[in-house]
Write a protein that binds this ligand. Structure first.
Ligand code: NAP
Length: 352
């Protein structure tokens, strides 16, 4: 199969960079994004704009999606005019979003019925990996299965892991995210201890880097935390979503993940007080004086208001007016009042 036309849906922090590498490699690109301005860079390089995902997919041999939440993935693929129906027979549908394993399986199965190929392919390596084209891909299919599209995957990745079954990529990605979340809490604790003890926090980071106390997160993100640079490479609200998805999975498995529970509490708090669109490294602000937080744009009174009203923005991205919604950005996990939700501390008897 000669692959020429590629569609890309979701041109945010990661998607725009990845799509750029596909253009560099000579593929003819059609793009769609909820907010058109974020696709302007690609359009000015010759990409074609489409008004809907269906229009973007109409002539595409391969369609990539890199949207925010599982609810977005569900809309783009499974809506009446979504990709499963709109893509050509034989087309490849590749979801790069960090999303729900169950949703990935549903999409794979629905695509198969329609004679299309869909697989989950979340990524790791951050914004810098997307810029450099050196992402690691975590693939919910076998190497043999995805061979026809391997040249496209190679345009923006340097390593690829195959988990051989639909949803396997998403599950492995969630494992990575719970480890990342605990590493972040670890370095935030360490920096707080150093600063409050009056010793040189930068030097403590060097100590950690030279021994076993350091992590990828403390190496790449802790210096930004120390410098007060909270610009997002990876949005805090997206890490909260990932931890919520992992906790949802742990509930299904009837296991506990204490590290992830702690990290969820902290990232949820950061999001509630105005840090949703900050980079994850803003976690360290939670350990700072209120004035420092306010100067960075956080407002602790929002947390109190949320507690008093019994309501605040949920991480699942749904309108909760009808009291029947999916939990934590996951899929097929309706609130029935008899499970503990990790999107925040509320009961689920029809209220958000
Ligand atoms: P982002 O900047 O928010 O990009 C997501 C893009 O998808 C936005 O431009 C958004 O539109 C668009 N979008 C959302 N729903 C859509 C829909 N239904 N139709 C069309 N476009 C839609 O986030 P990101 O950092 O690129 O992350 C994307 C995904 O990758 C997330 O799941 C994240 O967890 C994961 N991820 C991120 C990183 C990282 O370091 N940033 C690393 C690995 C994985 P708007 O422009 O209107 O918001």
């Amino acid at each position: 199969m000669q692959i020429k036309n590629v569609a890309f849906i979701g041109t945010g922090i990661m998607g725009a960079r990845i799509a750029g590498h596909l253009m560099d490699a000579g593929y003819e690109l059609t793009v769609y994004n909820r907010t058109r301005e974020k696709a302007e860079g690609l359009l000015s390089r010759g990409a074609r704009w489409a008004d809907t995902p269906a229009e973007a997919a109409a002539d595409a041999d391969v369609v990539f999606t890199m949207v925010g939440y599982p609810t977005d993935v569900e809309d783009v693929y499974l809506a009446t005019d979504g990709l499963i129906r709109a893509a050509k027979k034989g087309a490849w549908l590749i979801d790069l979003t960090t999303s729900s394993p169950q949703l990935a399986r549903d999409i794979h199965d629905a695509a198969e019925v329609e004679d299309k190929h869909a697989f989950d392919c979340p990524v790791t390596g951050g914004e810098q990996g997307a810029i450099d084209g050196t992402l690691t891909l975590i693939i919910g299919a076998s190497e043999k299965d995805v061979a026809p599209v391997m040249p496209l995957l190679e345009c923006f990745s340097s390593r690829r892991f195959f988990f051989d079954q639909p949803g396997g990529g998403q599950t492995a990605k969630l494992c990575n995210q719970v480890s990342l979340a605990s590493c972040m809490v670890g370095y935030a604790d360490a920096l707080a201890l150093a600063e409050q003890s009056g010793i040189d926090a930068e030097k403590v980071l060097e100590v950690m880097a030279s021994g076993t106390g350091g992590s990828g997160a403390s190496k790449s993100l802790a210096p930004k935390s120390l410098a007060g640079d909270y610009k997002p490479g990876f949005l805090a609200e997206h890490l909260r979503k990932d931890i919520a998805l992992a906790l949802q999975r742990s509930e299904d498995l009837e296991i506990t993940l204490p590290g992830a529970e702690t990290a969820f509490t902290l990232f949820d708090m950061l999001c509630q007080i105005g840090g949703s669109r900050m980079g994850t490294q803003a976690l360290t602000l939670l350990y700072q004086e209120e004035g420092t937080c306010a100067a960075a744009g956080l407002d602790w009174s929002l947390l109190e208001q949320g507690d008093e009203d019994g309501e605040h923005e949920c991480c699942c991205g749904h309108d909760h007016g009808d009291g029947d919604h999916e939990c934590c950005g996951g899929h097929g996990h309706h609130h029935d009042g008899d499970h503990e939700c990790h999107c925040h501390d509320h009961d689920h008897e029809g209220r958000a």
